[in-house]
Design a protein. Structure first.
Length: 183
């Protein structure tokens, strides 16, 4: 009986270590995400799986122009470590949490201090027209829009500009809402 108990303890410790290691990797290193919708076509497709490099999120590193990032679209609220923990796939699985469409996959267009201007179907950053070979089609624009990217924020847009809910609608994204960078 003692031998069986020791075996159970050994397996229990291994499972706990595996669980903790999985949480650590998912929160601080790498995490899978699923692209939902058509906003990043033709670069990424609906239901495509991508992997986010989360080290930059953990270290509060600024992404670069053109990076594809995963963001928490709830920009009107603060994020905490508890959010990272609750949103981990393993925790969601164990708690029976349902999938919410709060994570968006978008491309970084503007960094802190930039002025983003949208006019005549073209995006301008600090007065210079962007060359964007990755977009699906020319953007349908109504009135001209100008956005100032505040400190500790980024401006993101989908590659399918006519079918994307992005910074044009939700506003600039706080850096702590950048969950990771696609690699």
């Amino acid at each position: 009986m003692k031998k069986v108990w020791k075996e159970i303890q050994g397996w229990g410790i291994a499972v706990v270590i595996g669980f903790v290691l999985s949480l650590f990797i998912g929160i601080f290193v790498i995490q899978p995400y699923k692209v939902e919708g058509h906003s990043m076509e033709p670069t990424l497709n609906d239901n495509q799986r991508i992997y986010a490099w989360k080290v930059s999120h953990a270290l509060d590193k600024l992404p670069e122009y053109g990076d594809i990032v995963i963001i928490d679209s709830r920009v009107d609220r603060s994020r905490s470590f508890l959010d990272d923990l609750k949103e981990h796939p393993l925790i969601k699985l164990l708690s029976g949490g349902q999938e919410e469409e709060i994570f968006y996959v978008k491309r970084v267009i503007g960094l802190p201090g930039d002025t983003i201007e949208i006019k005549n179907g073209q995006v301008y950053r600090n007065g210079e027209a962007l060359q964007e070979p990755y977009i699906k089609e020319r953007m349908n624009t109504g009135v001209e829009q100008v956005f100032e990217v505040p400190e500790d924020h980024i401006f993101v847009m989908g590659d399918n500009r006519n079918n994307s809910n992005d910074s044009r609608n939700i506003g600039p994204v706080p850096l702590d809402h950048v969950m990771g960078i696609d690699f």
